[in-house]
Design a protein around this ligand. Sequence first.
Ligand code: HEM
Length: 120
Amino acid sequence: MGFLTSTTHLHITTWVIAIILFFIAAVASKPNKGVHMGLRLMYILIIISGGALFMNYRDGFGMIYDIKVLFGILVIGFMEMILVRKTKGKSTTMFWVLFAIVFFVTLYLGLFNGIPMNFS
Ligand code: HEM
């Protein structure tokens, strides 16, 4: 499964597409099932690509890797919460705040943690 773990490009591609679809769905005036379905497909691909990186590289890097995965999953969770609550007409403010925080923490943990696959 080298194509999943030889670089992080696939993982990055999947979450960038997911963020774009998420914002399209989030700003749309009415719910768009197709975009939301596409986003859910990207969740699966993010988890597969991130999970493969995790299995391959976690040894020896301690908890930072586990925390990166946890926050990555939280980002997905909050995107889904925001869209579902928006569809139901419920308030999303609190979830936007949580989304923003966990997203930036995830980016930080992914990019600046000194683990081997880092771009930086
Ligand atoms: C939308 C959510 C996510 C975002 C924004 C995100 C972001 C990132 C970023 C920026 C990197 C660094 C790539 C690099 O340095 O080349 C990364 C790496 C990684 N991600 Fe994610 N990720 C997300 C979800 C996930 C999930 C759900 C998992 C696990 C199932 C996961 C597991 C990993 C692993 C194991 C790495 C490798 C860390 C490294 O060696 O730098 N990510 N991710």
